[in-house]
Design a protein around this ligand. Structure first.
Ligand code: DX5
Ligand code: ZN
Length: 213
């Protein structure tokens, strides 16, 4: 299992140190939650702060957009050359077009599904995707409780990926801990995002290692 710490739960007063600490502790990506106060009832950070995060990080960035105006935000974050840009299927009229745009910028394209969004919507785009991000909480805040139904959903997405001969990875985001990660692994999940589980622990290295099942 690959691990992407969400910096949403980090101490923002010491952001560079917090990013370096999880990189040194063996994480695989740095997960950056971008919220616009419209798609979700919270706001986070923009490209100026994420540029500092990128400088502090020795690991690739995994940018998770939770916004209404996806194209505008893709243009804002693309110059930082993240590994992935993920947008929400619920906030995009033209997902297929936006996937092509992200890929044309040399960035891997991913879509995210809210807990209530059916995975059948992936049918006609799965072949073009580099990753599917399944939300296991309602987006907007760290520290929420894991919604169990995502584990079965991940299995169905894995079946779809295999059936369509897609190389898309599956990432799960929200409420992940050392208890539920094993079932996620069995379901075919490749990457877990973890915010509070890592940043609220006393030992980042131990927390990250416990997720690498
Ligand atoms: C929620 C974010 C998550 C969140 C995860 O909207 O997308 O990345 O920070 O935090 P935890 O692991 O605390 O649920
Ligand atoms: Zn996220």
């Amino acid at each position: 299992m690959k691990v992407a710490p969400s910096i949403l739960s980090a101490d923002f007063g010491r952001l560079s140190e917090e990013v370096k600490a999880v990189c040194d502790a063996g994480c695989d990506y740095i997960h950056v939650d971008v919220m616009d106060g419209h798609f979700v009832p919270n706001m986070t950070i923009g490209p100026v702060v994420v540029e500092s995060v990128a400088k502090a990080s020795s690991k690739p960035l995994d940018v998770h957009l939770m916004v209404l105006n996806n194209t505008f935000f893709v243009d804002l974050f693309a110059p930082l050359k993240p590994e992935f840009i993920t947008f929400h299927l619920e906030s995009e009229y033209h997902p297929h077009r936006l996937i092509q745009k992200i890929k044309s910028l040399g960035i891997k394209a991913a879509v995210s599904l809210n807990p209530n969004t059916i995975e059948q919507n992936l049918e006609y785009i799965i072949k073009d995707l580099d990753m599917v991000l399944l939300m296991s909480v309602n987006p907007g805040f760290g520290g929420q409780k894991f919604i169990e139904s995502v584990t079965e959903k991940a299995k169905r997405v894995k079946d779809l990926i295999l059936r369509k001969n897609s190389s898309a990875l599956i990432e799960v985001d929200g409420g992940v801990n050392d208890k539920n990660v094993k079932d996620l692994k069995e379901a075919g999940v490749d990457i877990v995002v973890a915010g509070s589980f890592i940043y609220k622990s006393d030992d980042y290295k131990k927390a990250i290692e416990s997720l690498k099942v």
